[in-house]
Design a protein around this ligand. Sequence first.
Ligand SMILES: *Cc1c(COP(=O)(O)O)cnc(C)c1O
Length: 401
Amino acid sequence: MSAALPFISLSEPSLHGKEQEYVGDCLKTGWISSVGPYVERFEREFAAYVGSPHATAVASGTAALHLSLIVSDVRAGDLVIVPSVTFIAPVNAVTYVGARPVFLDVDARTQGLDPARVESFVTRECERRGESLVHRGTGRRVRAILPVHLYGNAVDMVEMRRIARDHGLALIEDAAEGISARLDGQHVGTFGEMGCFSFNGNKILTTGGGGMVVSADPARIQRARHLATQAKSDPIRYIHDEIGFNYRMTNVQAAIGVAQLERVEDYVATKRKHHATLSRRLAECGIHLIGAAPRCESNHWMGLLLLPSTHHEKFLAEMTARRIQVRPIWSLNHQLPMYTGDVKGELPVSEAFAASTMCIPCHQGMDDEAVDRLARGIEEFARSTGVESPRWPPETEGKNR
Ligand SMILES: *Cc1c(COP(=O)(O)O)cnc(C)c1O
């Protein structure tokens, strides 16, 4: 393959709006650190965009998760229900507060935490003791559910909210990958008590690095903001009323964020168009992408190509030779050495998902020619190997209910 071919990456930032102008403002005025007009503006405009009354900007999506767990009263020794299939950040955040994860399976249609699995766990393996829901096996308090919206799809948050309310559990959404993704027309991240977003460089809307916490509860947002600012309680004197963190977003990052937000609908429209093109073309040779979940407008953060595990290595090598970046999905967290001892349910769909999927590029920086090159690469791979996509939802689905 010619090295002159442009590299098609899995994700890349688009910085062709007013980023330069707004960052220039910061440099000219000297407001480059964690205070400044762009921080407030980004918080205000982001909250309005996702339809949440309150928001506070932070240093990363991981910081957003950590703060959300603290303000939701998740404490040392508690259990928090998470999916095993996710980027590791939400699982790690659970341990930052001294709590432990409970890994439950995902719904094949949403790739996110399966409400039926959550309900079965809390009713069959846990019991009420006074104010608390206690896991019988460990004697630990179950305090929160932390669903993760993966690859731009949406977990069934309506059902998840009902379960959280029925059992007195906090509901914290990891919507790090979910900008512009909606369920029943409502933006993900606004169903639970707390919603967390990431603006890391590989996310659709980026500030280089950054995150946002949203909530309908002003007290929790105020506390999250306070904790992100070293819990400093006096504007002049160094008086701190609890142990806080340096988790604030800078004005420069927020300036980039404001410019990105002006373009995000265009980005996602382009991604949806690319996704439709790829789905249509690949279907002709027996290869399928996982589509949007029921009632969900996905942002198609990345394309999820259905490919049997027998062909993953070959596909990776072939695409690398074509200067196209592809990757397997995350390794399952319950198999990582830090988490092998934690409570878990049966995970057949998570295992099938990891074994049947590869991530392919589907970003707004790709033009029609790049989409065509990607589609041709996959078509040629399918023809030369004779591979076809496995069935999705997988056969294991039936055993789940
Ligand atoms: C990116 C990501 C995060 C973490 O965000 P950072 O800004 O990188 O800290 C958390 N959860 C998920 C699902 C992510 O994809």
